[in-house]
Ligand binder design. Structure first.
Ligand SMILES: NC(=O)c1ccc[n+]([C@@H]2O[C@H](COP(=O)([O-])OP(=O)(O)OC[C@H]3O[C@@H](n4cnc5c(N)ncnc54)[C@H](O)[C@@H]3O)[C@@H](O)[C@H]2O)c1
Length: 252
């Protein structure tokens, strides 16, 4: 018998209009009955749904608890029960020495990268519990598994995502809800460019990050998307509480 999740009804993806979110959306559309794409950037979300058949846009700032709650309610009202949640919204946060970091920038990094996951999860799990099924995939990062100089808010926030993932896997396991994280290393993306540019401006020299990667290249967004799709639809539901690293061997 097939794992029932392979016929997922509605998938909700936050931060869907970004570089990785768009790739994940393209991979999931056609494999779920409905793909609800959330982003705070209405124009980017519009561009995404115009280019992908079957994705339905939901504009909300998931770092705000009331907006996250309304998002989940709206998706369920329009598209039906949510089987899969992909928490993808994220920001790189401030780059700099810890003594130079502004409190508001640290707060923002945690609000978007961590708190948003609490706000969406707390609203979504009731329905998943009632149906005795569900999958949650949190987009963490290799930054959630090791420290990073000059980017402590990002690394600390992604460590929190890993902790949240493991905790929710324990809490929701009895309800047959699987909770996992993906931990991409460097992805060829505007976000990595922004981080490396900011670090270069501080240190005066651009780090050759690819030199440390055994596969000698960064990840492509579609490779991360395939990993998310595996956890969302293909993996046995018994896989839970895991942080799947996709980094070309960087942390092997
Ligand atoms: N790019 C990488 O190399 C890399 C590596 C590891 C992990 N990640 C993580 O993957 C995720 C996506 O990264 P990306 O490279 O696609 O970045 P991106 O900046 O291209 O996309 C992020 C998206 O999230 C949206 N967003 C931001 N705040 C939001 C909010 N409050 N509510 C709703 N949407 C919001 C943005 O509008 C944007 O569309 C992030 O969590 C990031 O930390 C990225």
């Amino acid at each position: 018998m097939k794992d029932p999740i392979t016929s997922a009804g509605t998938v909700l993806l936050t931060g869907a209009a970004g570089h990785l979110g768009s790739a994940i959306t393209r991979t999931l559309v056609g494999r779920a009955v409905n793909v609800a794409v959330n982003d705070v950037d209405a124009m980017a979300a519009r561009r995404l749904v115009d280019s992908v058949d079957g994705a339905v846009p939901f504009i909300a700032d998931v770092s705000q608890p009331d907006q996250a709650e309304r998002l989940v309610t709206d998706v369920i009202e329009r598209l039906g029960p949510i089987d899969v949640l992909v928490n993808g919204a994220g920001v790189e946060g401030p780059v700099g020495a810890v003594e130079d970091i502004r409190p508001d920038d640290v707060r923002r990094a945690f609000e978007v990268n961590v708190m948003s996951m609490f706000w969406v999860c707390r609203t979504i799990v009731g329905g998943m519990k009632r149906r005795g099924r569900g999958r949650i995939i949190n987009v963490a990062s290799g930054a959630g598994l090791a420290g990073g100089a000059l980017a402590s808010p990002y690394h600390a926030s992604k460590h929190a995502v890993v902790g949240l993932t493991r905790s929710l896997a324990r809490e929701l396991g009895p309800h047959q809800i699987a909770v996992n994280a993906v931990c991409p290393g460097y992805v060829e993306s505007p976000m990595v460019d922004r981080i490396l540019d900011a670090e270069t401006a501080l240190t005066g020299g651009r780090a050759d990050v690819v030199a440390a990667i055994p596969m000698a290249r960064m990840a492509r967004a579609d490779e991360v998307a395939a990993t998310v799709a595996f956890l969302a639809l293909d993996a046995p539901s018994y896989v839970t509480g895991q942080c799947v690293v996709i980094d070309g061997g960087l942390r092997a």
